[in-house]
Design a protein around this ligand. Structure first.
Ligand SMILES: NC(=O)c1ccc[n+]([C@@H]2O[C@H](COP(=O)([O-])OP(=O)(O)OC[C@H]3O[C@@H](n4cnc5c(N)ncnc54)[C@H](OP(=O)(O)O)[C@@H]3O)[C@@H](O)[C@H]2O)c1
Length: 166
């Protein structure tokens, strides 16, 4: 059974949140391997700057960007469709778009549902890869413990019960 990522072929890689932070750091590693990279973010100038930096790295990667809010279910699907329109397979999906949430709803929609939806919509392309890989970059354990991460933690009492139990 193959357990590693095959570095000898040109990998097709999509990184949500690949325009900064953890996602950009991961993108740099794949860029140096000459991957076909697609980055998703919301801010056009930031995305363009990241794409230019990555394209200049050794390895001669192909870098493209898709822009939109992944926490919006319609936009999330449109972004996946835009990728599927230009790629017949996806070797590696890195879900790294994320934020430090200011509410439980924001945490659920940005840090959880957006990953689930994007992975779901991209399943047809992942299914065409020889060894598809899906990664989710998420918050520090303390942040997870303090922020609501599911709809059952909306009230103080429910959160208290969850923290006590965790
Ligand atoms: N940094 C760390 O040390 C660290 C440690 C552990 C875990 N993490 C986790 O890693 C994840 C990313 O953190 P980070 O530090 O890399 O954050 P960051 O530097 O702020 O980058 C966030 C990335 O996600 C994109 N993004 C955010 N919300 C989005 C949305 N609704 N739709 C589309 N794109 C969106 C941003 O693009 P735009 O700016 O264009 O929206 C950006 O590319 C978070 O879940 C965080 O909890 C980070």
């Amino acid at each position: 059974m193959k357990v590693g990522i095959d570095m000898t072929t040109k990998l097709t890689v999509l990184i949500s949140g690949g325009t900064s932070g953890v996602g950009l750091a991961i993108a740099k590693s794949f860029a140096k391997l000459g991957a076909d990279l697609t980055l998703i973010g919301r801010q056009p100038q930031k995305a363009q700057a990241a794409a230019s930096r990555l394209a200049a790295l050794p390895g001669h990667p192909t870098v493209s960007t898709l822009l939109g809010d992944l926490s919006d279910p319609t936009t999330n699907q449109q972004l996946a469709q835009a990728f599927l329109a230009t790629h017949d397979h996806l070797d590696v999906l890195v879900n790294s778009a994320g934020t430090l949430p200011t509410s439980g709803d924001e945490n659920i929609s940005v840090n959880l549902q957006s990953h689930y939806w994007l992975t779901h919509h991209l399943t047809p392309a992942l299914a065409q890869a020889a060894v598809p890989r899906v990664f989710v970059i998420t918050g520090a354990p303390l942040a997870i413990k303090l922020a609501p991460i599911n709809e059952g933690q909306r009230t103080t009492l429910a959160r208290g019960a969850w923290l006590f139990d965790a």
